[in-house]
Design a protein around this ligand. Structure first.
Ligand code: HEC
Ligand code: HEC
Length: 235
């Protein structure tokens, strides 16, 4: 399928998803919308649901880890942007935890995943993540994980940056600037784009609490093209 032909239909859906990004309740959410909400919860769950931020370090966060405080409650901090935990990017470095990933639960019953998150080890109470949000998160784990590995080579996106440029300049530059430096008080996209798995997650699902679009509807290779272009932006 030619990528541009796909985009015409996808662009409409993306626009709709974009407009709904801040709605608390949608009458009839598409599955893509629900999965992107779940993915944003995986990223930083207290932001989209405006829950109180955790204060202590997560009790299951390993002593060998280098982080502390609220960020140790983010799913991504223990399980990785690549969803494969100790098998992936977080096998070493400042985010090391040595914990298994969540990719093994792809296809699992969302209710069983929700139970796992309510159980003592994870300790996510309804006061932290209410049932409706937990269901979105569980559905993301079951049906929404996009393995970034096929879209990477040598840790970078294997996409076509020239193809991605057109989409970046049309879809992203309004907020981020043509050079990726426009958002005040945020690092430039060129500075933060080194983690390809994180970039794929953000472009597919949006940024928690921001009006940034969630582009799950796009052809995956096109998302990789956009990421490839972002990786050429100046620091
Ligand atoms: C502080 C670290 C930590 C955080 C944060 C964390 N987990 Fe986990 N998670 C673990 C550990 C440890 C295990 C493995 C438990 C075991 O081996 O039985 C696990 C296991 C899992 C599993 C089962 C994987 C499998 O194949 O058996 C899923 C699914 C999961 N976590 C999802 C999540 C989600 C979703 C979040 C965010 C709401 C989250 N986790 C946050 C530590 C964490
Ligand atoms: C409606 C405005 C808007 C649009 C359109 C938008 N973004 Fe964003 N994006 C944001 C905001 C706001 C943030 C949060 C910045 C911050 O605080 O780090 C963000 C964050 C990000 C981040 C995470 C940065 C980090 O440090 O974690 C990435 C990556 C990103 N955007 C890429 C893109 C790409 C690629 C596109 C186009 C496909 C895009 N954005 C479109 C507003 C937007």
């Amino acid at each position: 399928m030619p990528r541009f032909a796909f985009f015409t239909a996808a662009a409409l859906a993306a626009t709709l998803t974009f407009g709904l990004a801040h709605a608390q309740e949608v009458a009839d959410p598409s599955e893509a919308y629900t999965l992107s909400r779940g993915a944003q919860l995986y990223d930083k769950w207290w932001v989209p649901i405006k829950a109180p931020e955790p204060t202590e370090t997560h009790p299951a966060y390993p002593a060998a880890g280098k982080k502390s405080g609220k960020n140790t409650w983010r799913c991504k901090e223990c399980h990785g942007w690549d969803y494969i935990g100790a098998e992936g990017r977080y096998s070493k470095g400042s985010h090391f935890t040595g914990i298994i990933g969540v990719s093994g639960m792809a296809g699992a019953d969302p209710a069983a995943i929700a139970d796992l998150l309510r159980a003592e080890l994870h300790g996510y109470t309804p006061a932290m993540i209410p049932d409706a949000a937990l269901a979105q998160l569980a559905l993301f784990i079951s049906k929404g994980q996009v393995d970034p590995a096929p879209f990477m080579a040598d840790d970078k996106s294997n996409g076509d940056a020239a193809a991605g440029k057109v989409f970046y300049q049309g879809l992203c530059a309004g907020c981020h600037g043509l050079d990726g430096r426009k958002i005040k008080d945020a690092d430039s996209l060129g500075t933060v784009s080194g983690n390809t798995q994180e970039m794929m997650h953000k472009v597919l699902n949006g940024q928690p609490g921001e009006a940034m679009p969630a582009l799950r509807v796009l052809d995956r290779q096109l998302v990789a093209d956009i990421v490839a272009y972002v990786q050429t932006l100046p620091e």
